[in-house]
Design a protein around this ligand. Sequence first.
Ligand code: GLA
Length: 602
Amino acid sequence: MPTFEIGERDFLLDGRPMQVISGALHYFRVHPEQWADRIRSARLMGLNTIETYVPWNFHSPEQGVFVTDGRRDLGRFLDLVAAEGLYAIVRPGPYICAEWDGGGLPAWLFATPGVGVRRAEPQFLAAIARYYADVLPIVAKRQVTAGGPVLAVQVENEYGAYGDDSPEQRSEYLTALVAMVREHLEVPLFTVDQASDEHLAHGGLPGLHKMASFGSRAAERLELLRRYQPTGPLMCMEFWDGWFDSWGLEHHVAPVQTNAADLADLLGAGASVNLYMFHGGTNLGLTNGANDKGIYRPIATSYDYDAPLTESGAPTAKYAALREVISRFAPVPDDVPPPARPARPAPVLDVVLGRRVPLAEALPLLGAPVTADHLPTMDELGQWTGFALYRTRVTASDGVLSVGEARDRALVSLDGDPVGVLDRALHQNAVALPARDGVLELLVEDQGRVNYGARIGEPKGLVGPARTAVRDLDAWEVTPLRLGDDPFGETLSEPLAELLRVSPDGVAGPAAPAPGTAFFHGTFETEAGADHFLRFDGWTKGLVWVNGTLLGRYWSAGPTGTLYVPGPLVRDVNEVVVLELHGTAAPVLQFVAEPDLGHTEA
Ligand code: GLA
């Protein structure tokens, strides 16, 4: 059987030096019917390896559950990598960052009192042992030493950037992880840290090969890494050739020529590389994470990343430029890269969503209210993602509502009349109330769990104390909204879909504004199998399902102007459902020819 080792100077594949030229492609961000196509595009660019993270919470959305079908079929993905003649690198966390909900750590984990986060705390380690026992056998069967594509596996992720545990505590945690991984795997293990003295000094473990993550100044960063990894091959495990987008900020791009020059420096120095990303894909459903470095910033639905291959799988100028750089150092297949997809503009059409059902009418199908004598978080109610509707009674003298923190955005109304919004990104935790008695409602959206830094593991929903100007609010009724059939909201709940289908035409016409939180439903005919790009001009904020699959969130805050609809979801006759939180100028969706990822920094 083949071997892969970390030699004194090089990676050694069957004893021969190998320069790893890898690209990141997250199976969980791409429709499974598109995996083979994206992997083929990687080979045609000259890559010899595909790297993927594994998001623990996606495979284990509830405690005791481990799912590996459809978009979660890691084994099938690795088999497709092997079938294309490529190698693989797997990064199973347990923490992955990756702009993914909670950095991959399951929210249910933190419901256990006293559980540690990213440290050698027994309950945390026990949960990881169970996760590893589920996931690592899938990888073990596919190690190079077993005839598969997997060369090496990462432990943790940029651990040197996290927390302030002592060197002993850090070493205890990483040592425990390595011992657990070694029960399943024999290929080389490594750690990755950002290219700074502090992170490299705090992140690794003697005996584990150290790699770095950076997106520029390659020569200088390799020198730094060499100080912490005195022998063996140098590898930039995350060469950031683009960047992610957050709602409310600009669309990030990284210049092709700078990327190409840095890649040439890396490969010219004999280093190995993993392009982060080769192909970014989409944060489908409710899977996006968030950053909070003082301001909470949820990650956008598109994870295009300005990567060499676009979100819809089209090679870009960056693809061509990096392919040319690679060709100077390694053989690149002669086949021409696949033509840009869509090969022609995507189908253009307007769809009137004729049926409108206010959220209040659909509510009985979405969940049962729970009463509480304090303000419960969504986590306390086992609601790990999405929405919950909070209710309490107020009187004319209450004056103001204030909460400890709204995580992450709450639409406040009194007897159905809009009162205001509490937006975490604006640190809004209080709102003035009209001077009348009534039922106060807060429709709270978890916009994505923080995936980096100290706030990893925090609960969602409304966090107390809840007060008015004159008293504490301690009588609550909360309905967790079950919109889909799993916590990440992949599929629209069938009873809800049925209600929408049979509801009478509820909108006054294609030009009529429709205020208020409501579901909209419509059907359209188009070319089956074709990629589409969905614009939501005139709409405010919400979710869109096509044929029952949740594409993700849209938001007028931008930067993204279109949502990608992967071709495999599209049929001749299609059903589209929107949950619009605020109201729309007109109940019409537009499918347009090209993606629009928004404005870039001037
Ligand atoms: C770090 C993390 C990745 C990702 C990138 C930014 O390098 O390791 O998971 O979050 O930042 O895209």
